[in-house]
Ligand binder design. Sequence first.
Ligand SMILES: NC(=O)c1ccc[n+]([C@@H]2O[C@H](COP(=O)([O-])OP(=O)(O)OC[C@H]3O[C@@H](n4cnc5c(N)ncnc54)[C@H](O)[C@@H]3O)[C@@H](O)[C@H]2O)c1
Length: 344
Amino acid sequence: MKKVAIIGAGQVAEKVHAAYYKTRTQELELVAVIDPDAGRARDFAEQNGFARSYVDAAEMFETEKPDMVSICTPNRFHFDNVMLALSHGAAVMCEKPPAMTANEAQQMRDLAAKQHLVLAYDFHHRFATDMREVKKAYKDGVLGEVYMTKAKALRRSGVPGWGSFTNKALQGGGPLIDIGIHMLDAAMYVLDFPQVKKVTAKMFQKIGTKKSEGTFGTWDPTKYDVEDAVFAFIEFENGGLLQLETSFVLQMKESSVLNVEFFGDEAGATLFPAEIYTDRAGELVTILKKETADEERHAKSMQAFVDRVLGADVMVADAEQGYQVQRLIEAIYESAEKGESVYL
Ligand SMILES: NC(=O)c1ccc[n+]([C@@H]2O[C@H](COP(=O)([O-])OP(=O)(O)OC[C@H]3O[C@@H](n4cnc5c(N)ncnc54)[C@H](O)[C@@H]3O)[C@@H](O)[C@H]2O)c1
């Protein structure tokens, strides 16, 4: 049996992490939940079948000695908790983003390697079957040379009304570090993480500080200190270009867009649902078409982590890739703040 703990007893911890661990209790012993809010930790433990609750992570590690830990705190606390877990010999599933800075993500990667421990990030969109189809087509050359990619994580009125998602000090930023990062990871993963040459970005804060309610509840506009939207161009050493558009609140027709499009010289593809197509003399020819996207991504991401810790050779969003994505997030913010391109 492997002992499991969860740090940060919030909504993703319950809906995703605990929900999955509960399905594997033949192999996993659910030992502890940690949250600075003692009542929250206790209620979470009781309701989700964890044996004990703590307010202090260090005390929990000394007492329980867990083999694997989920980190589900606000972003600001990912680094300290991941480092603590790894130094106590626990494998880690850390929520996205990996950390607040590239330097932190690098230290986390290096410690995981030194300790020979799994450090995975919950970039769950990677685990959709749609992703497998498009990645295989890319690998097999069906798309030809992909010279343009468009990644979008856009909401018309989707400022999160819970947690600390509008607080820069706790989150490190707004839509880019929260939702844009998912489609950035998805695009980079399909493209096999090409070497980045240059990043150019612009960001806006136009609506979140004026409005106070939307699809995901209410927020305090006087405390909204993250960006509303980021638009970025990432140029690769291989000559290709990736355009990323992300926003919590943008005056657009659709209520939400979460997708990546790939444009190759042989064919084009869309990720969710997976579709691959090409033009033949003005006619659109479908090469592959899934009617609906795979929505079991969260559970599959958790499954990959648990299976990997138990010894299976399965893909996880690993520590090196997490560092690469964090480096891009940092470069995008840096370019937007400075108003100039950043060379990597
Ligand atoms: N993969 C995804 O799609 C996805 C979805 C939602 C959230 N997330 C990520 O999960 C994390 C948490 O988000 P959430 O929506 O569950 O937020 P939440 O506000 O619901 O939960 C956060 C919890 O962490 C606790 N906490 C605060 N500081 C702590 C500390 N130092 N140590 C331990 N616990 C602490 C809070 O008391 C709260 O219970 C964020 O990093 C977010 O980006 C990822």
